[in-house]
Design a protein around this ligand. Sequence first.
Ligand SMILES: [Zn+2]
Length: 445
Amino acid sequence: MRFKADEIHKDLKNPYYVEWKEFLKRTENWTEEQILDYQLKEIKSIVQHAFKNTEGYREIYINAGITPDDIKTFEDFRKLPFVDKKLIQADLNKFTFVTDDMEYVTTGGSTGIPFGFYRGKKAFARELASKAFLYSRVGWKEGCRQMVFRGLPINTPDRMEFHPEFNELRCSSYYLIPEQMEIYRKVAFEYQPEFLKGYPSSLYLFAKYLKENNKSFPPIKGILCASENLYEFQKELFKEVFPGARIFSHYGHYELAVLAGYCEYTDVYHVLPQYGFAELIDKDGNLITQPGEIGEIVGTSFLMYNTPFIRYKTGDLAVLKGFKCSECGRPHQLWERIEGRLQEFIVTKNNRYISMTAINMHDDIFDPIKQFQFYQKEKGIVVFKYIPKEKISQEKLENIKNRLMIKLGDDVELIMQEVSEIPLTKRGKHRFLIQELKLDIGDIE
Ligand SMILES: [Zn+2]
């Protein structure tokens, strides 16, 4: 058989992975009190470590007049200064505790500026186990057949690669053209995937192809969205094209400071408390406590010991929902939605920020368009680049423009621009907005 998986999934051979997953399972039903005890203990331990072993953290804490022994409560911890990408990037070695097994990793970065730091093997194994643990809420387990759509350099003639050690069929997101998607679709009937996994933007193109060409796809249990924000219009299309599949989304980042995912019952992000400590802060650095308010995600990783991230400003935004899920009962911090990274906002002439999550493209009116991308380099002016399926009439184009203008408002000038190609990012993602303006959370009202 062409798709014969290894008997034992590769991750299950990694003791760090297995041990951490067991720990997560064992502590799954922790009460709020148990969670807070654990988090405070982990906070003290990572602050002690960073102070003792990295010059960078020691310096900023001494300058702030705080030593690790001063930290006895969460309030004490909140007196520690924030760190951000710029600070750590400026002198990475000063913020790094060197071990033999560490490796250098870089983030793609929505702004295009790569950010690198050091990660240990244990931290990475725990990261994988934590994600697997979240996926298990929707029926996934190691060894489930999965088709993965990601920005992977795959140089086989059919742009696919089967990895028996993960029972995973990888499909390149760089080649989501109709002929190639047809090959992926056909092979799905042979492989019978239980899950689709990948960038929502790639899965969206694939789902759109299936819908528009009336093509069938074998039934799947779920869609696991990764590495990108999942927009409402994407979710709606997935539900339509893959009936019965649970659409699962999570928020995470390479710095491994915060991980949050949906639960069995609701599409709300539950922050995983054993993984790190998450705070949402307003533009003045104060903690957000009111549901419905938006704040920047500040994370403290319990996993990263080589380059620690303590009160790390991620530049990502979330809307607070509460501190206990009424459906599953977990006493976890809940986020209604991730409002996208700062670079996923359009800025109007009057300085309004419009989140890309607010622009719903799930509408028949957009049918004549094969692919699109917003582009902004000047406040109040947005270019809508689109690839038409076939020639679009002036009338249809006006309809599209009007529909977008309703979302954008009068203080935006919208320029429609037909293009023949929309390039991918270096990591093979299809971005919906290229934002050239440097945005700051302080500007969001
Ligand atoms: Zn829940």
